[in-house]
Every structure is written in structure tokens, then in C-alpha cells.
Ligand binder design. Structure first.
Ligand SMILES: C[S@@+](CC[C@H](N)C(=O)[O-])C[C@H]1O[C@@H](n2cnc3c(N)ncnc32)[C@H](O)[C@@H]1O
Ligand code: SF4
Length: 460
């Protein structure tokens, strides 16, 4: 096995650097897992490339994962539910949603003109709030998807949304259109806690939606947030037990991410201490495993008798699928391969700029990053640390021609010193203990040498 770090790579962190990096993140919230994979959008460049040039990196042999972004949300006080990090805006008039769906269909057509009618393994309607749309707009979008893409027989069709809007009529309608998985943004169930976000409590609606999904035979997952204002471990465990009793097929536990000027970021004194959120997160994980859920990633838990959620497997396996994001603020990843690394790009945000770009017909990307082989290696490692399928040292060596242990030795040793790393013989590294909660911080540590390189003027 080649134990030498290869080519023009920056040397990995030394043990001392890795120790210091870990230490510096210990008293901070790790944030949500890497939103755009690697590298951070601060290293991306403004994009003036025409869409066909970006899509030239697509690979028709790979499964396609299609993401449709619906940016609209109900208005809350505080704004954006007090914590939200996504590209979104309040829906002030339903006419805006109708016009936006026209644009989304336009952008879909522009992609299909270049990609052809690609076989599609996953469709994900997310947001914002996908289920704020009315039936007519949802049906138009679904019809567009079928017309422009060829859905695989086993395609997974996900629909994400806000609890109040998942009425019985809406769930039945979605199931009738072929949606086979819904994801409900529960966040917290206790009304005294929920009120910090200005979200409307809807426990009866959540319960009824979960029960209906069960009857209709579609998967139903619920998002929870750990680290919410004044939240205790007992609150999270109670939410998990309740959702389990109602019959969810999956639960996601997001460590809270605090962005810029959000209400939650401003009023930090109401947050639990970081070490308490870490403990709560690990207790929640333990509870989910006890109740018979399988960890498909450190945040995503599914009933163990169900197959892995496809969009997660594809998300993790970025080197073997193409992801196309449509809509404002949507992200696409066409990773390419080591011989010809591809690109990741993000669409312009805001209704007007997005509309203008769709009308001009030249593509909506506002920023992009051209991967180097080193970025593909990092993407593979960072995502492989999040969960199944975990990193496998043998596969890594086959793919990249170097040793996984040697390439990141300082980081692995710093994790071992803290008792945070397992490396089952013949397999690969797995985070354990507090490191599971700190996954996003550890991902940043692993990518630090490459980030240093990218920060350099006239970078290599
Ligand atoms: C696009 S959002 C929401 C779906 C829907 N609009 C809702 O609010 O119910 C998807 C999920 O991301 C999570 N999320 C959003 N912002 C977050 C943050 N700052 N920290 C942790 N999780 C967050 C929430 O759990 C949310 O349900
Ligand atoms: S959490 Fe959901 S409803 Fe709230 S602002 Fe974010 S996307 Fe919109």
C-alpha cells in the first residue's frame, strides 16, 4: 500500500495542528452538516458560464438526483422561524408561487434540452416549504418532471414541508401523484419551546399525517432540532418517543446551526450549553437505536426494517451520481471523476433575479467551483464520515491510490487520543462519542489543508 501522501497535495495536518483544531472547536456548536459539501461557497467564483458548459460535466451513466427548491414560507415572528439557514422568503401572495412555478418549469426545460430525458432515481421537493404549494402547482411541477425526466421504476419521490400544511387532503393528493416519502419539519413538539420560533403548534395534524402515511404505505420522516432555546435532553427524548408512538418511519436530529443575525444567533443566552446539547444529541441517538432505528447517517435514523433512504445514499455517494438543483438558491453537484473533475454550482437567489435568468435562457448559476482531484478525495472522505456506507480504507486506496491512514494521519491520531475514533480491522474510520455530535467540525478539520491552499492568493 502506498503510504505516501500523493501529488501536489498540501501536507495533512500534523498531530499538534489537529489537536489544536479540535480543541478550538470544543466549546462551539458544530453547526449543521456541510450544506454544500466541500469546499465552502466562500471559495467559489462568480459564474458566467452558459448552462450547457456546466452540464457538460454530467455523466449519463450515473443515477440522477433531482432537487426542486420551493423558497416560500409562512411568515413568522421572529422572521425565518428564528433559526433558518435556507434560501427562503415569506409567501406574501400566492400569485408569486404561481409565477415561480412557471420559472421552475422553464429552468427544468432548459436543463432537459441539454441533458436529454435522463433516468432519475430521486426527486426531492424541498425548501423553504414545498408543501405551501397548492394542488394545481404541485401537479404542474410533477407533470413537468415526468415530461422532462424519465423516472426510474423504483424512483424515490420526497416531499418536504411545514406541519400545518400536511392536511389529510394534501397527503392523499401527494401519494396519488406518486410521492412515496414525506418529511415533516416538526423541530420541537412542546408548545412552550416551539413558540420561540413563532411556528404554529400542530401536534394533531402531525399525528394524523403520520398515521395516514402509514395507511397509504408511504414513508414519513420527522425533523427535530437539538440545541433549541431552553431545551433539555428530556424534551428531545419525549419528542422522539411521541413521534415513534405515532408511527414515523424516520427521525432526523439536526444539531442547531446559528447563522449571522438570526434570532437564535442573537439570543445565545437562551441556548443550552454546548456540552449539554452534545449530551442531548448522543442520548437522542441512543434512544433512536434502542427503539429499533438504524443510523443511516449521524443525523438520519430510519426504521431498521426499511431500505436505506435513497436521497441520502446518493448524497453521500457524490462520486457516483449527478445532482441537479432547480430553483433559486438551488445547488447542483456534477462531480465528474479523478481524470476529469467536475463542478458544483449554486443558482442565484431571489424571485426577480431568478426570473430574469430563466427568461434570458442562459442558466441561473451565480457561483461555481471547479473541483480538483483533491476536492473529490475530500468529498469522499467527509461524506463517508457521516454514516452508511462508511469509509472503507481499501476502497479509498483503490480509488485514490494512496493510504487513508497516511493521508490524514495527524487528524486520525488526534481523534484517537480523545477516544473518538474506531477503525474496525479491514474497514475504515468511524467517529464515536462526542465526535459524532462534532462531525461538522471534524469535517472542517480534515479539509483545512485544502482550505489553506484555497485561501492563498493565486491559489493552486
Ligand atoms: C428546509 S427546512 C424545513 C421544512 C419546512 N419548511 C419546515 O420548516 O417545517 C428542512 C429542515 O432543516 C432544519 N433546519 C433548518 N434550519 C436549521 C438550523 N439553523 N439548524 C438546524 N436545523 C435546521 C429543520 O429541521 C428543517 O425541518
Ligand atoms: S424552518 Fe421551514 S418554514 Fe421556517 S423559515 Fe426555514 S424553511 Fe421556512
Amino acid at each position: 500500500m502506498n503510504e505516501q501522501p500523493s501529488g501536489n497535495r498540501e501536507p495533512g495536518l500534523t498531530l499538534a495542528e489537529a489537536r489544536a483544531y479540535l480543541e478550538a472547536g470544543m466549546d462551539k456548536l458544530p453547526g449543521m452538516k456541510i450544506l454544500y459539501g466541500h469546499p465552502s461557497p466562500r471559495f467559489w467564483e462568480p459564474c458566467a458560464l452558459p448552462l450547457p458548459e456546466l452540464l457538460g460535466h454530467a455523466n449519463a451513466q450515473r443515477p440522477l438526483s433531482l432537487y426542486l427548491h420551493i423558497p416560500f414560507c409562512p411568515k413568522t415572528d421572529p422572521p425565518a422561524c428564528g433559526f433558518c439557514q435556507f434560501a427562503r422568503q415569506d409567501l406574501t401572495s400566492y400569485g408569486l408561487a404561481k409565477g415561480y412555478v412557471d420559472d421552475l418549469l422553464g429552468e427544468m426545460g432548459q436543463h432537459a434540452d441539454t441533458l436529454g430525458r435522463r433516468e432519475t432515481a430521486v426527486v426531492y421537493f424541498g425548501g423553504g416549504t414545498a408543501n405551501i404549494l397548492r394542488q394545481a402547482e404541485i401537479a404542474r411541477l410533477m407533470e413537468g418532471v415526468h415530461r422532462r425526466f424519465r423516472l426510474a421504476e423504483s424512483a424515490e419521490i420526497n416531499f418536504e414541508g411545514y406541519p400545518q400544511f400536511f392536511t389529510q387532503a394534501q397527503v392523499r393528493f401527494l401519494a396519488g401523484l406518486g410521492v412515496n416519502r414525506i418529511s415533516i419539519g416538526v423541530q420541537v413538539l412542546k408548545p412552550e419551546l416551539l413558540r420561540f420560533s413563532g411556528r404554529a403548534p400542530a401536534p394533531a395534524r402531525i399525528r394524523a399525517a403520520i398515521e395516514l402515511c402509514r395507511k397509504l404505505g408511504i414513508a414519513c420522516s420527522a425533523d427535530l432540532i437539538v440545541g433549541w432555546f431552553q431545551q433539555t435532553a428530556r424534551d428531545v427524548i419525549a419528542d422522539i418517543d411521541t413521534l415513534h408512538a405515532w408511527g414515523v418511519t424516520g427521525i432526523v436530529i439536526h444539531p442547531i446551526g446559528l447563522q449571522g443575525n438570526s434570532c437564535f444567533a442573537r439570543e445565545k443566552d437562551k441556548l443550552p450549553k454546548v456540552e449539554d446539547s452534545c449530551r442531548t444529541f448522543l442520548l437522542a441517538r441512543e434512544r433512536l437505536l434502542e427503539l429499533g432505528y438504524r443510523a443511516d447517517s449521524y443525523t438520519d435514523y430510519q426504521k431498521a426494517d426499511l431500505p436505506p433512504v435513497k436521497f441520502l445514499s446518493l448524497y453521500r455517494n457524490v462520486l457516483s451520481n449527478d445532482k441537479i438543483g432547480l430553483g433559486y438558491g438551488a445547488n447542483s453537484v456534477l462531480a465528474g471523476d479523478l481524470a476529469k473533475p467536475g463542478v458544483t454550482f449554486v443558482n442565484v437567489s431571489g424571485l426577480e433575479p431568478y426570473h430574469g435568468r430563466v427568461q434570458a435562457g442562459k442558466g441561473c448559476a451565480e457561483a461555481y467551483f471547479r473541483f480538483a482531484a483533491e476536492d473529490l478525495r475530500l468529498l469522499y472522505v467527509l461524506k463517508g464520515l457521516e454514516g452508511e456506507p462508511y469509509l472503507d480504507a481499501g476502497k479509498y486506496e483503490q480509488l485514490f491510490g494512496t493510504g487513508l491512514e497516511a493521508d490524514f494521519r495527524g487528524c486520525w491520531d488526534a481523534l484517537r487520543e480523545r477516544g473518538w475514533l474506531d477503525w474496525p480491522a479491514g474497514e475504515g474510520p468511524r467517529l464515536k462519542g462526542d465526535a459524532i455530535f462534532l462531525t461538522a467540525h471534524i469535517q472542517r478539520m480534515l479539509s483545512e489543508p485544502r482550505n489553506r491552499q484555497l485561501r492563498r492568493p493565486g491559489r493552486g
